[in-house]
Write a new protein. Structure first.
Length: 311
């Protein structure tokens, strides 16, 4: 059986319908794709329907209001029947993912791609029980995927990666491809490196949690929404660009690297972070803060220009 081309994908099966799966489902629906949803958790259909409705309302603000249909299924086999693409979002448990991916691989025709949303697991581990592991890939989004464009691709080879990238690009996502697998992929490793120093600044009493957060989102975070760290420093090098920056200011980076901390999450440090977050949140619930985050993301997406991007 030949591979299904990107523009032929019309039905996507979403396996695992927590917050991530519901977000993916809303994105697919808003682009006019039909979605078959499956989750073994009791009562998942009602919870998923509510989450999808809320996400689709947000997508409508971005001009995305496709009329895909959403159907819920009681069995994995029924959900996979007729699928053109599969997005798996099971819990981050290797045994669970391995079993689910192997069963989906067994039930599906060979041409159908199976994409796992795993945030940290290695592709080589989760496909170990699949008969056709070459068609199973990692497609890791940043939460919530219906708003945040990034999708990190780890595939068996360039052909599968290209097919996956074309599909996600069709949905307005920004796929990036890893040349080799790495725990945490790209973005989570970058985020973890930054968060380690954010925790260190709390542990060393340098600043409050709120001021550390404010320093990031009102400084480098604004630039990082438009360009990454390498391009940022390329512009920081002036007319000489990144070569000038690395030759002349690179040593100052090395000195800062040497001073970065390696904190432990002791109970005292955790208590200080928790108290700092309580102060920064100002009594707002997690739900209220998430709504404010999503509203900000929608506004940023409407205004954002990726400096080195196409167009």
């Amino acid at each position: 059986m030949t591979a299904i081309e990107t523009d032929e994908i019309q039905r996507v099966t979403v396996l695992g319908c927590g917050t991530l799966g519901a977000s993916w489902a809303a994105l697919f629906l808003a682009h006019g794709l039909d979605v078959a949803a499956y989750d073994p958790a009791p009562g998942f259909a009602a919870r998923t329907a509510a989450a999808v409705e809320a996400a689709r309302a947000q997508l409508a603000e971005l001009g995305l209001s496709g009329a895909g249909t959403l159907r819920f299924h009681a069995t994995l086999a029924d959900a996979l029947a007729g699928a053109d693409f599969v997005q798996e979002n099971a819990p981050e448990n290797e045994a669970v993912k391995r079993a689910l991916l192997a069963e989906a691989d067994r039930l599906l025709p060979p041409a159908i791609l199976i994409a796992s949303s795993t945030s940290a697991m290695l592709r080589s581990a989760i496909v170990a029980d699949c008969a056709r592991p070459e068609r199973v890939l990692v497609a890791h989004p940043f939460h919530p995927p219906h708003l945040v464009p990034l999708v990190e691709i780890v595939a068996d080879g360039p052909a599968v990666a290209a097919r996956a990238c074309a599909f996600y690009a069709r949905l307005g996502r920004r796929p990036v491809v890893l040349n080799r697998e790495m725990p945490g992929h790209i973005a989570n490793r970058l985020a973890s490196a930054l968060y380690r120093e954010a925790v260190n600044l709390v542990a060393e009493g340098v600043a409050s949690v709120a001021d550390i957060d404010a320093a990031l989102c009102n400084g480098p975070g604004l630039r990082w929404a438009a360009m990454g760290p390498h391009m940022t420093y390329h512009l920081g090098g002036g007319a000489g660009g990144i070569r000038h920056y690395l030759d002349h200011l690179g040593p100052s980076q090395v000195r800062r690297w040497a001073s970065l901390g390696n904190p432990d999450l002791t109970e005292d440090v955790k208590d200080r972070i928790v108290a700092g977050i309580a102060d920064e949140a100002g009594g707002r619930s997690v739900e209220a803060l998430a709504a404010r985050r999503d509203a900000a993301l929608i506004a940023i997406l409407g205004a954002r220009i990726e400096v080195a991007g196409e167009g």
